[in-house]
Design a protein around this ligand. Structure first.
Ligand code: TXA
Ligand code: MG
Length: 344
């Protein structure tokens, strides 16, 4: 058990003395949880092997899963990565600071614990003012996976991150909700064709517009033992709540299908939760939670709702399927994993 320094900081009126205190913890080799626009991150000095190792311990995460290195100034990318070509500049100019991570060949300063033994490094400049200020004041490169215990949904709000991580890290900055709600897009620019290794806030459509051909790594679209996901993180069970999750295919009679399934399960003594688009909320029986009016709201609410369902003690969750355009690709990617690829 660690004594954790926990502090609320207002992102619109940042208390720089407090940020400096947390920055010092990072500089001294400690771990600090901080808000970003995507999800909360669990930070440590990315170039300090001993510090980076603490991240894996706090999360209970396999150490072959590489970490994203966060920077607060675009220029810093040159210190840790090589192969910074026009495409990299285009992505940085258009989307940084923001929810996209770029995978590049790494420089020798990046230890193998941070790169998960790969010869590449994932770099991101977040847009959240607290994240930017913390990275800057720490004076170090900040490795930061999502601040959840491995396998759990990524935390996007103060209460869940505090409940799950207090006494597992040296510091926690509580800075309100993450407004994207899903983790950053991971884009591999080491090869000839830009490849999305994890869909996220910056969409395939956004990227194609500035880069031309962009592909999605086949390893993340379907469960297929023969395809190895290039982002090692994508191979683990992820985003899973305690309840068993099923995605209900949106065919002609999906509303009836869900209600029939609910009846069956309730009969068996199970507590059932339903996640749907807001306009369908009144059509279902059981613990119904509307995820939002549109896909952006669904992304924002997805992880929080999975955790809320756990708090309600739900045994089974049926979720509506969402269209795979724009941010829908990321929503369906996370949902499919939460469901362990189970569709009905
Ligand atoms: O939005 C985000 O990206 C959040 C916030 C905190 O910035 N961070 C995050 O980190 O989601 P994490 O560790 O939970 O996910 C990182 C993903 C994993 O799927 C990992 O395998 C992949 O990025 N990744 C990291 N380094 C990589 C590399 N060198 N090559 C390929 N994939 C990499
Ligand atoms: Mg994660």
């Amino acid at each position: 058990m660690k004594k954790t320094l926990v502090c609320k900081i207002d992102k619109d009126n940042i208390d720089i003395d407090k940020i400096q205190e947390f920055g010092k913890i990072l500089r001294d080799g400690g771990t600090v949880i901080f808000p970003t626009e995507t999800v909360y991150g669990l930070g440590a000095n990315a170039l300090d092997e001993k510090a980076a190792k603490k991240i894996y311990e706090a999360k209970g995460r396999p150490s072959d899963n590489p970490l994203i290195v966060h920077i607060s100034d675009k220029e810093e990318i040159h210190k840790i990565a090589t192969g910074i070509d026009d495409r990299v500049y285009k992505v940085m100019d258009n989307f940084w600071p923001g929810p996209i991570t770029i995978v590049l060949k790494k420089k020798a300063v990046v230890p193998s614990i941070t790169s998960g033994n790969l010869d590449t490094v994932a770099v991101r400049m977040p847009s959240h003012p607290i994240a930017l200020s913390l990275i800057k004041e720490s004076g170090v490169f900040v490795a930061g996976p999502s601040a959840n215990i491995s396998g759990r949904p990524s935390p996007t709000d103060e209460q869940n991150v505090y409940e799950e991580m207090d006494s597992r890290v040296d510091g926690i900055i509580l800075g309100g909700d993450s407004n994207v709600g899903l983790e950053s897009t991971v884009l591999d620019l080491t090869g000839d064709i830009p490849t999305i290794l994890r869909p996220g806030g910056v969409t395939l459509e956004d990227l194609s517009e500035i880069l031309g051909e962009v592909v999605i790594d086949p390893g993340i679209l379907e469960k297929n033992e023969n395809i190895i996901a290039k982002a090692p993180g994508m191979k683990y069970t992820h985003y899973a709540p305690n309840a068993e999750v099923f995605i209900v295919k949106k065919d002609d009679n999906y509303v009836d299908k869900i209600n029939k399934l609910v009846d069956e399960k309730v009969e068996q003594g199970k507590k059932v939760g339903i996640m749907c688009i807001n306009k369908n909320k009144d059509k279902y029986k059981g613990e119904v939670i509307g995820l939002g009016d549109d896909l952006n709201e669904v992304a924002y609410n997805l992880f929080k709702t999975l955790r809320e369902m756990d708090k309600k003690g739900v045994d089974i969750i049926y979720s509506e399927e969402f269209e795979k355009s724009g941010i829908g690709q990321a929503i369906m990617n996370r949902l499919t994993k939460a469901a362990g690829y189970k569709f009905v």
